[in-house]
Design a protein around this ligand. Sequence first.
Ligand SMILES: [Zn+2]
Length: 190
Amino acid sequence: MAVDLARIEKLVNELLLAIGEDPRREGLVRTPRRVAEAWAFLTAGYRADTARVVNDAIFTQETNSMVIVKNIEVYSLCEHHLLPFYGRCHIGYIPTGKVFGVSKLARLADMYARRLQLQERLTEQISQAIMDLVGARGVGVMIEARHLCMMMRGVEKQNSVMVTSSVLGTFRESQTTREEFLALVGHPAH
Ligand SMILES: [Zn+2]
Protein backbone atom coordinates (compact mmCIF):
# COMPACT_ATOMS: atom_id res chain seq x y z
CA MET A 1 0.00 0.00 0.00
CA ALA A 2 1.58 3.27 -1.14
CA VAL A 3 1.57 6.39 0.99
CA ASP A 4 -1.17 8.81 -0.01
CA LEU A 5 0.95 11.97 -0.06
CA ALA A 6 -1.89 14.20 -1.25
CA ARG A 7 -4.08 13.04 1.62
CA ILE A 8 -1.38 13.75 4.21
CA GLU A 9 -0.83 17.18 2.68
CA LYS A 10 -4.51 17.97 3.11
CA LEU A 11 -4.45 16.74 6.70
CA VAL A 12 -1.40 18.80 7.59
CA ASN A 13 -3.05 21.83 6.10
CA GLU A 14 -6.05 21.14 8.35
CA LEU A 15 -3.76 20.61 11.31
CA LEU A 16 -2.10 23.98 10.77
CA LEU A 17 -5.50 25.65 10.68
CA ALA A 18 -6.66 23.73 13.76
CA ILE A 19 -3.75 24.95 15.88
CA GLY A 20 -4.42 28.51 14.83
CA GLU A 21 -1.69 28.86 12.22
CA ASP A 22 -1.90 30.37 8.77
CA PRO A 23 -0.90 27.70 6.21
CA ARG A 24 -0.45 30.43 3.60
CA ARG A 25 2.33 32.30 5.37
CA GLU A 26 5.72 32.02 3.76
CA GLY A 27 7.36 29.57 6.16
CA LEU A 28 4.44 27.16 6.03
CA VAL A 29 3.49 27.17 2.36
CA ARG A 30 5.49 24.06 1.55
CA THR A 31 5.20 22.46 4.98
CA PRO A 32 2.34 20.05 4.15
CA ARG A 33 4.36 18.62 1.26
CA ARG A 34 7.51 18.30 3.36
CA VAL A 35 5.61 16.65 6.20
CA ALA A 36 4.00 14.18 3.79
CA GLU A 37 7.39 13.23 2.40
CA ALA A 38 8.88 12.90 5.87
CA TRP A 39 6.02 10.61 6.91
CA ALA A 40 6.51 8.47 3.84
CA PHE A 41 10.12 7.95 4.91
CA LEU A 42 9.40 7.50 8.62
CA THR A 43 6.80 4.83 7.94
CA ALA A 44 8.62 3.04 5.12
CA GLY A 45 8.74 -0.04 7.34
CA TYR A 46 5.11 -0.77 6.47
CA ARG A 47 6.13 -1.21 2.88
CA ALA A 48 9.13 -3.43 3.52
CA ASP A 49 9.49 -7.07 4.47
CA THR A 50 12.25 -9.03 6.11
CA ALA A 51 13.07 -11.03 2.99
CA ARG A 52 13.79 -7.93 0.96
CA VAL A 53 15.61 -6.18 3.78
CA VAL A 54 17.93 -9.09 4.43
CA ASN A 55 18.25 -9.68 0.68
CA ASP A 56 20.00 -13.05 0.89
CA ALA A 57 22.80 -11.65 3.05
CA ILE A 58 22.68 -14.71 5.27
CA PHE A 59 25.84 -16.76 5.24
CA THR A 60 26.87 -20.21 6.35
CA GLN A 61 29.21 -20.04 9.29
CA GLU A 62 29.95 -22.86 11.66
CA THR A 63 30.13 -21.14 14.97
CA ASN A 64 28.54 -21.54 18.34
CA SER A 65 29.82 -18.24 19.64
CA MET A 66 27.56 -15.40 20.50
CA VAL A 67 27.42 -12.66 17.88
CA ILE A 68 26.91 -9.20 19.31
CA VAL A 69 26.10 -5.95 17.56
CA LYS A 70 25.93 -3.00 19.90
CA ASN A 71 24.73 0.57 19.67
CA ILE A 72 22.53 0.39 16.62
CA GLU A 73 20.78 3.75 16.49
CA VAL A 74 17.02 3.48 16.33
CA TYR A 75 14.51 6.22 15.59
CA SER A 76 10.86 5.35 15.82
CA LEU A 77 7.46 6.92 16.46
CA CYS A 78 5.32 6.09 19.47
CA GLU A 79 1.88 5.05 18.41
CA HIS A 80 0.21 6.84 21.30
CA HIS A 81 1.39 10.35 20.46
CA LEU A 82 3.00 10.09 17.03
CA LEU A 83 6.11 11.57 18.59
CA PRO A 84 9.62 10.17 18.21
CA PHE A 85 11.43 7.88 20.52
CA TYR A 86 15.07 7.20 19.84
CA GLY A 87 18.00 5.41 21.31
CA ARG A 88 20.22 2.39 20.97
CA CYS A 89 19.53 -1.19 20.17
CA HIS A 90 21.85 -4.03 21.17
CA ILE A 91 21.49 -7.42 19.57
CA GLY A 92 23.02 -10.76 20.42
CA TYR A 93 22.39 -14.16 18.94
CA ILE A 94 23.89 -17.62 18.86
CA PRO A 95 23.82 -19.01 15.33
CA THR A 96 23.19 -22.59 14.33
CA GLY A 97 25.16 -22.39 11.09
CA LYS A 98 23.77 -19.22 9.58
CA VAL A 99 24.77 -15.62 10.29
CA PHE A 100 23.65 -12.23 9.03
CA GLY A 101 25.74 -9.92 6.86
CA VAL A 102 27.13 -7.14 9.02
CA SER A 103 24.74 -4.33 8.09
CA LYS A 104 21.60 -6.45 8.04
CA LEU A 105 20.77 -6.35 11.73
CA ALA A 106 20.71 -2.56 11.58
CA ARG A 107 18.49 -2.68 8.49
CA LEU A 108 16.16 -5.06 10.26
CA ALA A 109 15.93 -2.73 13.26
CA ASP A 110 15.25 0.21 10.92
CA MET A 111 12.50 -1.66 9.14
CA TYR A 112 10.54 -2.26 12.33
CA ALA A 113 11.38 1.18 13.74
CA ARG A 114 9.87 2.89 10.70
CA ARG A 115 6.36 2.03 11.75
CA LEU A 116 4.18 3.31 14.56
CA GLN A 117 5.52 1.44 17.53
CA LEU A 118 5.63 0.62 21.18
CA GLN A 119 9.18 0.12 22.35
CA GLU A 120 8.27 -3.27 23.81
CA ARG A 121 6.81 -4.49 20.52
CA LEU A 122 9.73 -3.14 18.50
CA THR A 123 12.12 -5.08 20.72
CA GLU A 124 10.13 -8.29 20.34
CA GLN A 125 9.69 -7.96 16.60
CA ILE A 126 13.42 -7.60 16.07
CA SER A 127 14.27 -10.62 18.22
CA GLN A 128 11.58 -12.77 16.61
CA ALA A 129 12.70 -11.82 13.10
CA ILE A 130 16.28 -12.82 13.89
CA MET A 131 15.09 -16.12 15.33
CA ASP A 132 12.96 -16.83 12.27
CA LEU A 133 15.46 -15.73 9.62
CA VAL A 134 18.56 -17.62 10.75
CA GLY A 135 17.07 -20.21 13.08
CA ALA A 136 19.25 -18.94 15.89
CA ARG A 137 19.80 -21.03 19.02
CA GLY A 138 18.95 -17.97 21.02
CA VAL A 139 18.45 -14.23 20.61
CA GLY A 140 18.62 -11.25 22.93
CA VAL A 141 17.60 -7.72 22.01
CA MET A 142 17.80 -4.72 24.28
CA ILE A 143 16.64 -1.21 23.44
CA GLU A 144 17.37 1.86 25.52
CA ALA A 145 15.35 4.83 24.34
CA ARG A 146 14.15 8.30 25.20
CA HIS A 147 10.59 9.22 24.38
CA LEU A 148 9.85 12.77 23.31
CA CYS A 149 6.24 12.35 24.40
CA MET A 150 7.61 12.11 27.95
CA MET A 151 10.49 14.54 27.61
CA MET A 152 8.64 17.40 25.91
CA ARG A 153 5.42 17.15 27.85
CA GLY A 154 6.45 15.83 31.21
CA VAL A 155 8.07 17.57 34.10
CA GLU A 156 11.49 16.42 35.29
CA LYS A 157 11.39 13.41 33.04
CA GLN A 158 14.06 14.67 30.69
CA ASN A 159 16.60 12.11 31.73
CA SER A 160 14.46 9.03 31.86
CA VAL A 161 15.49 6.21 29.61
CA MET A 162 13.20 3.30 28.94
CA VAL A 163 14.88 -0.08 28.72
CA THR A 164 13.20 -3.06 27.12
CA SER A 165 14.56 -6.49 26.36
CA SER A 166 13.38 -9.57 24.61
CA VAL A 167 15.12 -12.91 24.98
CA LEU A 168 14.33 -16.06 23.05
CA GLY A 169 15.64 -19.61 22.97
CA THR A 170 18.79 -20.21 25.01
CA PHE A 171 18.83 -16.57 26.06
CA ARG A 172 15.59 -17.23 27.84
CA GLU A 173 16.41 -20.71 29.10
CA SER A 174 19.96 -20.21 30.30
CA GLN A 175 20.83 -17.65 32.90
CA THR A 176 24.53 -17.96 31.98
CA THR A 177 23.83 -17.09 28.35
CA ARG A 178 21.63 -14.21 29.35
CA GLU A 179 24.28 -12.88 31.70
CA GLU A 180 26.95 -13.19 29.02
CA PHE A 181 24.76 -11.14 26.70
CA LEU A 182 24.15 -8.46 29.30
CA ALA A 183 27.85 -8.31 30.18
CA LEU A 184 28.86 -7.94 26.52
CA VAL A 185 26.24 -5.30 25.93
CA GLY A 186 27.50 -3.48 29.01
CA HIS A 187 26.21 -0.11 30.06
CA PRO A 188 26.70 2.03 27.01
CA ALA A 189 26.82 5.77 27.32
CA HIS A 190 24.08 7.90 25.79
ZN1 LIG B 1 4.10 8.37 23.48
